[in-house]
Design a binder for this molecule. Structure first.
Ligand SMILES: CC(C)(COP(=O)(O)OP(=O)(O)OC[C@H]1O[C@@H](n2cnc3c(N)ncnc32)[C@H](O)[C@@H]1OP(=O)(O)O)[C@@H](O)C(=O)NCCC(=O)NCCS
Length: 325
């Protein structure tokens, strides 16, 4: 029995925020953002749209493409660092919006959330707990980005991607999983306030502590190192060669990080590495499932192809999955 992705979907909010728009908000410019990150524009929600709203839209598409009905979904895992609220988990709100009552939970591994959630879905399917698991990455980062901080606000965007994993006797399977983490780096990329350590107060709001804080340079170095190492290890575990890989779908944070992965693989980026961060920026846990859906829609992945998903994010967390689609 193998694990197979039977449907994917994505949803991004319609409002586009370009680098030129950002020039009017902070001291930055299109040339700087493009050359340092590869990002040209990103999508931003309006009003009270929350992570569950984006997730529900992406999920509906994934369910339809899988040829299923919402009732066929046995459980929901929602990877997010921007849940609708601290509790209940966004997964229940999504289930309710899909019109079903199902078990589910949110998973916080920041930008590695979809890779971690997929690993978990794999285990739950292999042990026979469930048959169809809806795995979602959904983020409304625009609500935790400090729009006065040019070091971070140019990087992030909103969106959701969804995939349905099932277990059946097809040739498809997850070939290897490689996960890593280092809590010693927690304060290099984090949101200081709003949790039990520093609950919301007048002070935390005044000091802008409910926003993403990041040491960009250190994060960049670790991302390059751990993403290339993860790809190397997952290739070894899966007992495949670099040449066997049809497509690498990396977390979309920075084009220079993605180029380092292409360099490690010894390929031109255009050949084997999927990129869409120019359109969406860094959407954290949503970036890989959005990219996966686009890669499949564009015919860049076909049944039987070997695909690598690789991520890095706050925690620090990182990981890679090798799968036969
Ligand atoms: C954030 C990032 C793009 C910055 O690129 P960089 O080449 O490292 O740039 P530096 O941090 O060295 O900053 C260079 C200069 O540009 C300035 N700068 C920062 N943001 C800027 C902006 N939006 N526009 C213009 N200038 C900016 C800095 O203040 C600095 O100026 P200084 O030299 O006068 O101090 C890069 O570090 C990065 O991508 N890091 C990883 C981020 C990431 O992926 N996070 C999520 C991981 S999941």
């Amino acid at each position: 029995m193998g694990i197979r992705i039977i449907g994917t979907g994505k949803y991004v909010p319609p409002k586009v925020l370009t680098n030129h728009d950002l020039e009017k908000m902070v001291e930055t410019n299109d040339e700087w953002i493009r050359s340092r990150t590869g990002i040209i524009e990103r999508r931003i929600v309006e009003g009270d749209i929350a992570a569950s709203d984006l997730a529900t839209e992406a999920s509906k598409i994934a369910i339809e493409k899988a040829g299923l009905k919402p009732e066929d979904i046995d459980a929901i895992i929602c990877a997010t660092i921007t849940p609708d609220m601290v509790f209940p988990a966004t997964a229940y709100l999504i289930a309710d919006k899909l019109g079903i009552k199902r078990p589910g939970f949110d998973l916080n591994a920041a930008c590695s959330g979809f890779v971690y959630s997929s690993a978990l879905a794999y285990s739950m399917l292999k042990t026979g707990i469930f048959k169809n698991i809806l795995v979602i990455g959904s983020e409304v980062l625009s609500k935790i980005v400090d729009w006065q901080d040019r070091n971070t606000c140019v990087l992030f965007g909103d969106g959701a991607g969804a995939a349905i994993y099932t277990i059946d006797n097809s040739e498809s399977d997850i070939l290897a999983i490689e996960l890593g983490g280092d809590g010693g780096c927690a304060d290099l990329l984090y949101m200081p306030a709003g949790g039990s350590k520093m609950p919301a107060s007048e002070e935390t709001v005044k000091n802008r502590l409910h926003f993403i804080k990041m040491n960009g340079r250190e994060t960049f170095k670790m991302a390059v190192r751990m993403m290339t190492e993860s790809v190397e290890k997952v290739i070894q575990k899966a007992n495949i060669k670099k040449e066997d890989i049809k497509l690498v779908i990396p977390h979309q944070a920075n084009i220079r990080i993605i180029d380092a992965i292409a360099e490690y693989l010894g390929v031109r980026r255009e050949e084997k590495v999927f990129v869409n961060l120019d359109k969406y920026g860094n959407t954290s846990a949503a970036s890989i499932p959005i990219a996966l859906d686009e890669a499949i829609s564009q015919g860049k992945i076909n049944r039987g192809d070997i695909v690598i998903l690789v991520a890095f994010g706050g925690g620090f967390s990182w990981g890679a999955i090798a799968l036969r689609y």
